[in-house]
Design a binder for this molecule. Structure first.
Ligand SMILES: Cc1ncc(COP(=O)(O)O)c(C=O)c1O
Length: 387
């Protein structure tokens, strides 16, 4: 069969490198080996029971049709109230747009922001879908290398240094994937002010905002009139498979967002939206807080254990469930290192190359999305590498 040529823009899109490692891990497991998974970007906990019950109840009641495109009105209200309660920020329910996960939110907002030839600033390292989606729209990605000095986040000084007139948007995620670090409230405000002066968009991915272990950060919602925020029920709420996320859109762009939502996904999954309605209730909240405490304990254990082994981290991540570690003590190329450790020690984690270019060969991402017992087994196996 002769395959017809796929779109030119698709040719610029790359797959996650970690997927090939996950396939190898599956093979090892099929041969009877126990693989310790520290590559998974989703909580190991299943969805809290009250949320599952609400989803089942919706299905039993025959609630199986589309919701309005912008989302279930009650859920949009609940999310608007959440911003007031959690951050003391007033948002109108009409500004909340429910999407099938924040992956779709990201795609939709980038469609609002990016024209052919526009440049978009993204920190390096960052969540890889962002680069690929910008390229798919014919935009140019301007990756700015960041490091521990700025908590792996952009700063207004870095923006000033790299600025040119083709830039139309600045993207950041806080806490970040892969580094788990949070932008300071002061830098976030400065970046929002800078974007306002330059007349460009700001997109802040707050998908890991619920999973922060020390100080609660400020939301970027409302920082200026051209800032979009995306978030999701996937990570903190443990609902990855339900596919429900959201956008907080400035009012002026709601018609654009609505138009795009109609044509790209029509509506987010209905059972998932009904299930998410109970995500903010006290009973669910208690479960989520206990899980967050567990993630914090895992982070503390893994951070110390990796440091003792010789991995280098100059800052302790304050959120998400990732540790981005310098592995130059062990290898010259982190991709080869990750492959070797998987094959020889049956421990899986992610090479830096999945998140950018600068420093990628010297870094790997560990995800503490598995229990402490498994983390301990993983560390024991890693400790044998040097002996
Ligand atoms: C930074 C970041 N943004 C967005 C997503 C997409 O998540 P979802 O579509 O499940 O909301 C992920 C998933 O790993 C992520 O790490």
């Amino acid at each position: 069969m002769t395959k017809v040529k796929v779109s030119r823009r698709l040719q610029d899109v790359s797959a996650f490198h970690v997927m090939s490692l996950m396939a190898q891990a599956k093979q090892l497991e099929a041969q009877g080996n126990q693989v310790i998974h520290m590559e998974m970007g989703e909580p190991d906990f299943s969805t809290p029971q009250p949320i599952i019950d609400a989803g089942i109840e919706a299905l039993r009641s025959g609630i199986t049709h589309y919701t309005p495109t912008l989302g279930l009105p009650a859920l949009r209200e609940a999310i608007a109230s959440f911003y007031l309660k959690e951050y003391n920020v007033a948002v109108e329910a009409e500004q909340i747009v429910i999407t099938p996960g924040s992956a779709t939110a990201l795609q939709l907002v980038l469609n609002v922001m990016v024209s052919e030839g526009d440049s978009v600033i993204i920190p390096d390292p960052a969540y890889p879908s962002t680069h690929n989606l910008v390229r798919l729209l014919g935009g140019k990605v301007l990756q700015i290398a960041v490091n521990e000095d700025s908590l792996w986040q952009l700063t207004v000084e870095l923006l000033e240094e790299h600025w040119d007139n083709s830039i139309n948007a600045v993207l950041l995620a806080s806490p970040s994937n892969p580094t788990g670090t949070i932008i300071s409230d002061i830098q976030l405000q400065k970046i929002a002010d800078f974007c306002e002066v330059k007349g460009v968009f700001l997109l802040v991915d707050e998908i890991y905002h619920g999973l922060v272990y020390e100080q609660a950060p400020k939301t970027a919602v409302g920082l200026n009139d051209n800032t979009f925020v995306i978030n999701s029920f996937s990570k903190f709420y443990g609902m990855t498979g339900w596919r429900v996320g959201w956008i907080v859109s400035p009012k002026a762009y709601l018609d654009d967002v609505n138009k795009l939502a109609q044509h790209t996904f029509l509506a987010a999954p209905t059972p998932g939206q009904y299930a998410a309605l109970v995500a903010f209730e006290d009973e669910t909240h208690k479960v989520l807080i206990a899980r967050r405490d567990e993630f914090k304990a895992r982070r503390d254990y893994l951070y110390d254990a990796l440091t003792n082994l010789g991995f280098k981290m100059r800052v302790k991540p304050q959120g998400a469930f990732y540790i981005y570690a310098d592995c130059s003590e062990f290898c010259e190329d982190s991709f080869d290192f990750v492959s070797k450790v998987l094959q020889e020690k049956h421990v899986a984690f992610t090479p830096g190359i999945d998140f950018g270019e600068a420093g990628a060969k010297q870094h790997v991402r560990f995800a503490y999305t598995t229990n402490i017992e498994n983390l301990k087994t993983g560390i024991k196996r890693l400790s044998e590498l040097k002996s």
